[in-house]
Write a protein that binds this ligand. Structure first.
Ligand code: AHR
Length: 307
């Protein structure tokens, strides 16, 4: 051991002495896979040991993983909470054990902000607003009703709650927009396909699908095509993420607009971990910078898209 949380007479810990435990949500989407890869690569590159677990989208598995990291006495615990609520007890255990926690990607709704040192990730409400703003612009010249199906992310997850909220806030200004159905597809392609299949039957006159991620949008494309319609034309599709498969569908005209959510959080997480271990101050909230893509912009961006 190299002397506790840094700043002792022995000097700061060498990266090779740091151990981090990361409890990932799962492998539910292209975004998540890219996120995992990026985090693992960044720690490898920094020469910091990363213990990694995949919770398969189950909170109980994440809690188990965090408890095991506490028991192993890692230097820092990081995780991306599958849902927002229910974390106080385990976070308190980490705090009592003197292990700092860094949230990545998704927030917890805890009242006690001392339970984590930093939260690195996107502003999901803002992403929902950007999706809504594109829609408002797209239908600016029409007064006809616009029927929308919303494919929600995992129930109770921050990105599902916030992307619905931001979107609803923007479209509320104009009565012609109506969300005629809204159901979870759990951020997966299979979920998006299944829900779209069912909802198209009960809502044949839908104009727009707003999916909380690319994967569900890609599932919706399959369902729309199976129903004999043209995605992107007969039914417009808006998604969030901008992973390669989503960008390809956008460039192909099957998706109409994508709001970017960047999975590349690895390098910033490494920086936070190093600072925390050295006993330095870190920012409580670090917001990821991201953009949006039209079909033309996707054609241009695709060749350089890394994930
Ligand atoms: O928390 C980020 C979201 O989780 C991504 O938008 C989605 O694709 C992933 O599953």
């Amino acid at each position: 051991g190299g002397g506790g949380g840094g700043g002792t007479e022995e000097g700061p810990k060498d990266p090779s002495e740091i151990v981090v435990g990361f409890a990932q949500v799962g492998a539910e989407s292209g975004w998540r896979t890219a996120n995992t890869k990026d985090i693992q690569a960044a720690f490898e590159e920094a020469g910091i040991e990363l213990k990694f677990s995949d919770a398969q989208q189950k909170q109980e598995n994440q809690i188990k993983a965090i408890r095991s990291y506490i028991q192993q006495g890692v230097d820092v615990i990081s995780f991306s909470p599958v849902v927002e609520t229910g974390w106080d007890a385990v976070l308190k255990e980490a705090k009592d054990a003197g292990i700092p926690v860094v949230l990545t990607d998704r927030a917890v709704d805890s009242q006690d902000e001392s339970l984590y040192v930093s939260f690195l990730g996107s502003d999901f409400v803002e992403e929902g607003k950007k999706a809504g703003e594109w829609l408002v612009e797209e239908y600016a010249d029409s007064t006809d009703p616009v029927n929308i199906i919303q494919l929600e992310g995992t129930t109770g997850a921050a990105p599902a709650i916030d992307r619905a909220e931001g979107f609803a806030e923007v479209i509320a200004d104009d009565e012609k927009f109506e969300v005629v159905a809204s159901q979870t597809g759990d951020f997966t392609r299979a979920g998006g396909k299944q829900v779209t299949e069912a909802l198209l039957k009960s809502n044949p006159d839908v104009d727009v699908i707003y999916a909380h991620n690319d994967d569900m949008g890609l599932g919706a494309i399959e369902a729309i095509e199976a129903a004999g319609m043209k995605p992107g034309e007969d039914i417009k599709i808006i998604t969030v993420d901008a992973v390669k498969d989503g960008m390809q569908a956008l460039a192909d005209g099957k998706i109409n607009f994508i709001v970017e959510c960047s999975p590349l959080l690895g390098k910033q997480l490494v920086d936070i971990v190093k600072k925390v271990v050295a006993g330095e101050e870190v920012e409580k909230r670090i917001i990821t910078e991201e953009t949006t893509f039209t079909q033309e912009e996707a054609v241009e961006a695709l060749p350089d898209r890394q994930y």
